[in-house]
Design a protein around this ligand. Structure first.
Ligand code: GN1
Ligand code: MG
Length: 369
């Protein structure tokens, strides 16, 4: 975790349209990219919480574009929910708190970009799935998210990270990292490198289908990790999805793929005991049911036919991203122990094998829905 500077955060907090006084703030450990704080304010004697977040500009080169997307997307969802007469709209869509001069983020004297969200209370996220009901809720939440954005008016959203899920480019980056072997680590990852390189024949399947016009571009979330779904404490139902930095034009299949990666094995993403890592059919079935309950109406037959494959593809793609970062010296994903990225890679590759073994029955299940 980066150094937490309370004084600095106090200064940041004053830039936003928040009533009252900041009392304290704590770093929030979820996520490998941005720096997040939960801050408590006193508003007329009531304690109210906000999220302050520093955007990682090594990863997000254009914070203005990120925030423009987020404001458009959250405003659209909020308006639609309100029109439908939904209750608790500020718990169902994130609310960006602007700066005093009406901007969606504040740039401090060091060039760092900060943004603020209303804290959604009485919800929690889970690092790993606990039950098929949760898997259903996660699938439904991301399906709803896509569905609510299907009619977003205006210009195409910005691509906040170009080619984010472009497996061929990610593969090329891995090949380069292996060739360069900057940190002399390739020898510790020989088996993983060999496995990764052997998968080349199928990695371009969705890219080709998209290029041929078989798959449509839609507005997608692109980081549909299970821990990005906020579940209500009391009801266990999904309230909203968070982490909207990569909401941009994409394939719904990548979203579903990352749900499969993070919602079907009950282990953590960096589980070291690989005997525990496998795709659990009941979780997958619940996830697919949840997702299709919300997205089934707009998916094309070609999209539906690739749902299982997408799970394998995205798990592989994130696996090679971890491996590339391990070889490059842990420059992208925040790590918390030596070999963390290699452990994460091993877990992903193990899951790829498990999905491959069950691919046929998984897709058969989807076809029946
Ligand atoms: C990163 O923000 P966070 O930690 O949820 C990454 C995702 C990866 C994920 C793996 C912008 O997401 O693509 O799937 O780590 N986000 C970015 O845990 O690269
Ligand atoms: Mg993220």
């Amino acid at each position: 975790m980066p150094l937490y500077r309370e004084q600095h955060l106090q200064e940041i907090s004053k830039q936003f349209r928040i009533y009252g006084q900041i009392l304290h703030a704590e770093p929030c450990k979820i996520g490998h990219i941005n720096e997040t704080y939960t801050a408590t304010y006193d508003q007329g004697g009531v304690l109210v919480r906000y999220i302050h977040q520093k955007i990682n500009q090594t990863v997000f080169k254009n914070p203005g574009a990120v925030m423009e997307n987020i404001v458009r997307v959250t405003s659209h969802i909020r308006t639609k929910l309100a029109t439908q007469g939904a209750r608790e709209v500020t718990r169902k869509a994130l609310t960006v708190v602007p700066t005093h001069d009406g901007r969606p983020y504040y740039q401090d004297g060091e060039g760092e970009c900060w943004r603020t969200f209303v804290f959604v209370e009485k919800v929690q996220s889970f690092e790993s799935v606990q039950s098929p009901t949760q898997a259903f809720e996660a699938g439904k939440a991301f399906g709803m998210f896509q569905s609510l954005l299907a009619d977003l008016p205006g210009a195409r959203l910005h691509e906040t990270i170009p080619d984010f899920h472009h497996t061929r480019k990610r593969f090329a980056a891995l090949e380069q990292a292996v060739a360069a072997d900057h940190c002399n680590r390739a020898r510790f990852a020989a088996a993983e490198i060999e496995f990764a390189l052997a998968q080349q024949p199928w990695i371009g399947t969705l890219l080709d289908a998209f290029a041929n016009g078989e798959l449509p571009e839609r507005i997608t979330h692109n980081d549909t990790k299970f821990n990005n779904v906020m579940m209500d404490w009391e009801t266990g139902r999904a309230m909203c999805v968070v982490d909207l930095d990569t909401v941009m034009p994409g394939l719904v299949l990548y979203d579903f793929g990352d749900m499969v990666r993070t919602t079907t094995s009950s282990t953590l993403e960096d589980e070291k005991d690989l005997t525990k890592v496998h795709l659990q059919m009941p979780m997958f079935e619940a996830l697919a049911r949840g997702y299709l309950s919300a997205a089934g109406a707009f998916l094309t037959p070609a999209e539906k036919a690739h749902l299982t494959f997408a799970g394998k593809l995205i798990t592989f793609t994130i696996g090679i991203r971890f491996l590339t970062d391990y070889l490059a010296g842990d420059v992208y994903f925040r790590v918390h122990r030596p070999d963390h990225n290699l452990d994460r890679c091993r877990t992903q590759f193990h899951l790829v094998r498990s999905i491959t073994e069950q691919e046929e029955s998984m897709q058969k299940f989807v076809d029946r829905l």
